[in-house]
Every structure is written in structure tokens, then in C-alpha cells.
Design a protein around this ligand. Structure first.
Ligand SMILES: NC(=O)C1=CN([C@@H]2O[C@H](COP(=O)(O)OP(=O)(O)OC[C@H]3O[C@@H](n4cnc5c(N)ncnc54)[C@H](OP(=O)(O)O)[C@@H]3O)[C@@H](O)[C@H]2O)C=CC1
Ligand SMILES: N[C@@H](CC=O)C(=O)O
Length: 279
């Protein structure tokens, strides 16, 4: 009987080895047997691109696999799958496009990029017949994007609402339940790896806005970018606001709210252009 070990390995390049990338590398190493059995072929780490070769890492990367040449890594012909966890717009976008052009499928957690320029990436993937997956971009551990895209494809979704940013949720909770100050709670969230490289993205609501744009695009088969989303952060929330909310039996939360409006109402979106549907 043929086993996963007999199959040609699937070679994975990981771009970025920070909070998320280090755990991707760890899972690829620690769970290689289980993953091979589930996928039907062994997953092999082909390389890990970083900015600084000498930085301390949460995972031990096998010698010779760390590189600062991300563009060279995605262009190699022994790479099948690229996992982009660098973040930000560039060089992430160019690297993803290059990976697709070189015949790789791509997995990315980059909500900022997807919310700014998702269609370019979806079109590129469509053109070369490769996969582009991004489940971790919104509500990391909760499967929400694929169910919206696939399970609910035949339904009319009119509203999506939720807490989508862990950093602000952590800060608000600490301020409310432990009386922590904003700065102290933010520092703790950064230490725990919840925050973005620039935590302004979290506390000023940019991250939640990007996630709202991705959710709205999928839920409403529309094309919503982060710039379309009304955004408010939590930097002006005070202990007095917390106390007022508590007195009313409420808590303060940063929410992402996306609502479908009737087509002629101001702010209503046009349908997604042909060939650009979010996948
Ligand atoms: N943190 C989280 O909980 C979550 C994050 N995300 C998303 O995942 C992505 C990664 O986030 P996170 O892991 O927190 O980010 P980090 O800042 O912790 O890690 C970024 C990594 O990218 C590397 N890097 C930066 N620039 C380059 C470059 N030009 N070439 C090669 N490597 C580069 C860095 O290298 P070096 O280490 O050498 O500096 C680092 O290893 C982002 O898109 C983020 O929004 C999604 C869900 C959850
Ligand atoms: N910075 C983000 C990380 C996950 O998307 C958050 O706090 O939710």
C-alpha cells in the first residue's frame, strides 16, 4: 500500500518568522507525521525568509534554511507552496505575485494587503490556476472566511458583526476587569504576540477595518476596501467610560460591523466586477 511517505514531498517556503511565521515553522516540524498523513504527502520546509538572520527566534530553523532573499526563495523551482507572514503591503504583494507567477499556491495571513488590494491577488491566482488561501487573515483560529465564501454562498447575508481584533479586546478587558492602564495593557498584548508590528494598526482600528472589509467583500459578494470602512480606535476610551458602561450593565468593545444596504441607498456597493470575485 502506498503511504504519504512514498509521495513526492510538498515543498513549503515561509516568508517571515515572527509571531505567526515561527509557529507555522514549528507546526511543520512538530506535526510533520500527522500533516503528511492528512495531506497525503510529506510537507518539507524549503526555506524561511526573514529580514535579520541573527535575530532571536521562537523556533529553531534548520541550518541553511534561513535567508534574507525572499524574492529568490519564491522563484525557486523546488517550492510548491508559499506562506506569506511578513505583513504590510510591500514587499508582501510583489512576493505573493511572484510566487504565483512561478507556479506556487499561496497562503497569507495579511489582512492589510487583502483589504487594500485583494482583487490583484485573486486575479493573479485565477490567471495561473493556483490557490490563494487566507483563512488566518480574519479571526485566526475561527473558521469564518471559508464558511462565508462557501457554506453561505447560496444565502443572502445582510449583516456581519463581531469582535475581530484580539489586541484591543485584550486591552479593554484588562482595563475593565483588572484596572490596568492603557499603556500597560498594550505592552502586555505586544509581549503575548497579539499586536501588529505597529500596534497603531490595532488600537486605532485599522486592523479591524481591514478585517471588516474582507468580511463585507465575502458576505456581500462585493468589493470593499479598508478605506471604505468608517473607523474608530480605542485610544480615547477612558476608565470613566468603562465605569459608565459597567453602571449600565455593559462593556466597551471594538466591533466590526458590516451591513448590506438596499442598492439605491447612499454608500451601497456595486457587485464585484466579473472575474474579480473574492475566492
Ligand atoms: N500576530 C498575530 O496574532 C496575527 C498576525 N496576522 C498577520 O500575520 C502577518 C505576520 O504577523 P506577525 O507574525 O505578527 O509579524 P512579525 O512582525 O512578528 O513578523 C514579521 C516577520 O517578517 C519578517 N520580515 C519583515 N520584512 C521582511 C522582508 N522584507 N523580507 C523578509 N522577511 C521580512 C520579519 O523578519 P525578522 O524577524 O528578521 O525581523 C519577521 O520574521 C501579518 O500580516 C499580520 O497582520 C494574522 C493573524 C494573527
Ligand atoms: N493584531 C491582530 C492579530 C490578529 O489578527 C489582533 O490583535 O487581532
Amino acid at each position: 500500500m502506498e503511504t504519504a511517505g512514498d509521495q513526492r514531498p510538498l515543498r513549503v517556503a515561509v516568508l517571515g518568522c515572527g509571531s505567526v511565521g515561527s509557529q507555522v515553522v514549528r507546526l511543520l516540524q512538530d506535526q510533520s507525521g500527522d500533516l503528511a498523513a492528512r495531506i497525503g504527502a510529506p510537507l518539507e520546509l524549503a526555506g524561511v525568509a526573514v529580514r535579520r538572520l541573527d535575530a532571536a527566534r521562537e523556533v529553531e530553523v534548520p541550518p541553511g534554511l534561513l535567508t534574507t532573499d525572499a524574492s529568490g526563495l519564491v522563484a525557486r523551482d523546488d517550492v510548491d507552496l508559499v506562506v506569506e507572514v511578513i505583513g504590510g503591503i510591500e514587499p508582501a504583494r510583489s512576493l505573493i505575485l511572484s510566487a504565483l507567477e512561478h507556479g506556487c499556491s499561496v497562503v497569507t495571513a495579511n489582512k492589510a494587503l487583502l483589504a487594500e488590494d485583494g482583487p490583484t491577488l485573486f486575479e493573479a491566482a485565477e490567471k495561473v490556476g493556483r490557490d490563494l488561501y487566507y483563512e488566518a487573515a480574519v479571526a485566526g483560529a475561527i473558521p469564518i472566511l471559508r464558511p462565508l465564501r462557501e457554506s453561505l454562498a447560496g444565502d443572502r447575508v445582510t449583516r456581519v458583526i463581531g469582535i475581530v481584533n484580539g489586541t484591543t479586546n485584550f486591552i479593554l478587558d484588562k482595563m475593565d476587569t483588572a484596572g490596568s492602564g492603557f499603556a500597560e495593557a498594550l505592552e502586555e498584548a505586544q509581549e503575548l504576540g497579539y499586536a501588529e508590528a505597529d500596534p497603531t494598526a490595532d488600537v486605532e482600528g485599522f486592523d479591524a477595518a481591514a478585517k471588516a472589509a474582507i468580511l463585507a467583500s465575502l458576505a456581500f459578494h462585493s468589493r470593499v476596501t479598508a478605506a471604505d470602512v468608517h473607523r474608530e480606535g480605542i485610544t480615547d476610551v477612558t476608565a470613566a467610560d468603562m465605569a459608565s458602561a459597567r453602571a449600565m450593565g455593559a462593556v466597551v468593545k471594538l466591533l466590526a460591523i458590516a451591513e448590506l444596504r438596499p442598492p439605491n441607498e447612499p454608500g451601497a456597493r456595486r457587485p464585484w466586477p466579473c472575474g474579480c470575485t473574492p475566492r
